[in-house]
Ligand binder design. Structure first.
Ligand code: C5P
Length: 228
């Protein structure tokens, strides 16, 4: 079995209010995307990593890692799911349907090799695949406008992280069939819509997605902790 990775990195990051997309902001001395790719490469299991970038992206060629032969690029799309499908298509002449593909957000630079091995090993015998996720510690409210309708049993709610690992052929089929559907905000949701039941593997709380300005400082702290 081969392992492949797709990294959607074509977002504009408008919640970040920065002068460039968040994947190119500096984190511990390197652009966020470079930190993310260094961690994926260090796991040493991927035959190739397809990075979906905005066509004409001026920041990508500046990364120290662009000449690594394990990395290829694909044109990003309008939505995250379009970018992921583009990345999958870029691997089409090498990947076979039963291979595993890991999809990991460019904006999650604190993933560890441990995360990757955990997902790979826990789901090794699964026909479909699954995702890293975290249980919810806060009490959860179902809300209509500003009024609480009910409290949701938090034991049944998990927060989806990446990497998400699926069989290459199934994931491509699911993202192709659900293209343009705004309800598809991760890979698992595309498979759910086709009637599959992806698995959950408990991830780490430090695998945060850089979304708001303060997340960069938090990510820098986590990277420092991991290095100890
Ligand atoms: O915006 P959000 O944080 O949900 O984006 C998650 C990931 O998807 C980011 O790494 C972002 O660069 C990527 N993305 C993409 N193409 C888009 C939108 C987002 O590759 N059209």
């Amino acid at each position: 079995t081969h392992y492949w990775a797709v990294v959607p990195a074509a977002g504009v990051g408008k919640r970040m209010q920065a002068d460039r997309p968040k994947q190119y902001l500096l984190l511990a001395g390197k652009p966020v995307l470079e930190q993310t790719l260094i961690r994926l490469l260090s796991a040493n299991i991927f035959s190739q990593i397809a990075v979906a970038i905005t066509p004409g992206d001026p920041y990508w060629p500046e990364l120290a890692i662009v000449n690594d032969t394990r990395i290829i690029t694909a044109p990003g799309g309008t939505e995250r799911a379009d970018s992921v499908l583009s990345g999958l298509n870029a691997l089409a002449d090498k990947a076979s349907d039963q291979d595993w593909v890991f999809v990991h957000d460019a904006a999650r630079p604190c993933l560890t090799a441990m995360d990757i091995y955990l997902l790979r090993d826990e789901l090794a015998n699964e026909p479909v695949g699954g995702i890293l996720a975290l249980p919810s510690h806060d009490t959860l409210k179902q809300v209509d406008a500003r009024s609480i309708m009910q409290t949701i049993d938090r034991n049944t709610i998990w927060r989806a992280l990446t990497p998400q690992m699926f069989r290459y052929g199934l994931l491509k089929q699911a993202l192709t069939e659900t293209a343009g559907n705004p309800a598809i905000t991760d890979e698992a949701s595309a498979l759910e819509l086709l009637g599959y039941t992806p698995k959950i593997v408990a991830g780490r709380p430090d695998n945060i997605k850089i979304t708001r300005p303060e997340d960069l400082a938090l990510a820098a702290f986590f990277l420092e902790q991991q290095a100890l």
